[in-house]
Design a protein around this ligand. Structure first.
Ligand code: AMP
Length: 216
C-alpha cells in the first residue's frame, strides 16, 4: 500500500507518518528531512536547495524528483511507502506517476490533513526539537516535563528549524496554497483522495487515518 500525506506545513504529516512507520512498518520518505540532511552534509543537492529552503520557497522540481527516484530505485520501499512532503507541485505529481508506472506501482491513498491557518501558525512557530535525540516539543502544547531538559535523553540543547520563523512561515503557507493545494483536485480526479480532520488530537487523527486505510 503506497500513500501520500498531503497538507500544509504544520498539519501533522510528519507526526502521523512516524506513527504509521512505527506501528505498521511503512517506509517513511520525507523530502524535507532528506533535504535538511543534504544541507547539513553540504552535498551538491543540499547546497542548491539551501537558499530556497531558508526562504520557505520550493526547491527545484528536478532535485526533489531525483531524490524520490533514488529512493524508489533502492528497493527499500517494497512493503509500501509513505510520501511526506512530496509531491508539492503538479509537475512533481506527474513525474511521480511516470516513476511509479515504470515500476508497475501506484498510489493507493492520498490523505489530505486539513487544519485551519491560524492553528498552523501557532503550531509551527512554537515547535522545537532536542538537538541530541530529535524528540519534538512545543512551547505551549507539548513542553518537556522538566523545563529545559529533554524527556527522552536529558539533553539541555534544543534546536529550531530556521524556516519555522514567523516571516518564513507566512511564505510557506502561501506557497502551499498556490503550488501544492491544486494537487487536491488532481488526486480527487483519480478517486484516491481522502480528507482527514487534522484539528483533532494526534491520537484521534491517527484513528481516522487507520480507519481510512482499513488497518483495523
Ligand atoms: P518540510 O519539512 O516538508 O516542511 O520541507 C521543508 C522545505 O524543504 C520546504 O519548505 C521546501 O523548501 C523543501 N521541500 C521539501 N519537499 C519539497 C518538495 N517536494 N518540493 C520542493 N521543495 C521541497
Amino acid at each position: 500500500m503506497n500513500i501520500i500525506l498531503l497538507g500544509p506545513p504544520g498539519a501533522g504529516k510528519g507526526t502521523q507518518a512516524r506513527r504509521l512507520e512505527d506501528f505498521y512498518g511503512f517506509k517513511h520518505l520525507s523530502t524535507g528531512d532528506i533535504l535538511r540532511s543534504a544541507v547539513a552534509e553540504r552535498t551538491p543537492a543540499g547546497l542548491l536547495a539551501k537558499k530556497a529552503m531558508d526562504a520557505g520557497n520550493l526547491v527545484e522540481d528536478k532535485i526533489v524528483v531525483q531524490i524520490i527516484s533514488d529512493h524508489l530505485a533502492s528497493g527499500s520501499s517494497s512493503g509500501g511507502f509513505l510520501l511526506d512532503g512530496f509531491p508539492r507541485t503538479l509537475d512533481q505529481a506527474r513525474s511521480l506517476d511516470v516513476l511509479l508506472s515504470e515500476k508497475d506501482m501506484k498510489i493507493d491513498y492520498v490523505l489530505e490533513i486539513v487544519v485551519d491557518i491560524p492553528v498552523l501558525v501557532d503550531r509551527i512557530c512554537g515547535r522545537y526539537t532536542c538537538a541530541r535525540c530529535g524528540k519534538g516539543y512545543h512551547e505551549t502544547f507539548a513542553p518537556p516535563l522538566r523545563e529545559g531538559f529533554c524527556d527522552a535523553c536529558g539533553s539541555m540543547e534544543f534546536t529550531r528549524r530556521p524556516d519555522d520563523s514567523r516571516e518564513v512561515v507566512d511564505n510557506r503557507l502561501q506557497v502551499y496554497t498556490e503550488q501544492t493545494a491544486p494537487l487536491v483536485a488532481y488526486y480527487q480526479g483519480r478517486g484516491v483522495l481522502h480528507q482527514v480532520n487534522g484539528m483533532l488530537p494526534i491520537h484521534d487523527v491517527s484513528l481516522e487515518i487507520e480507519k481510512i486505510l482499513g488497518l483495523f
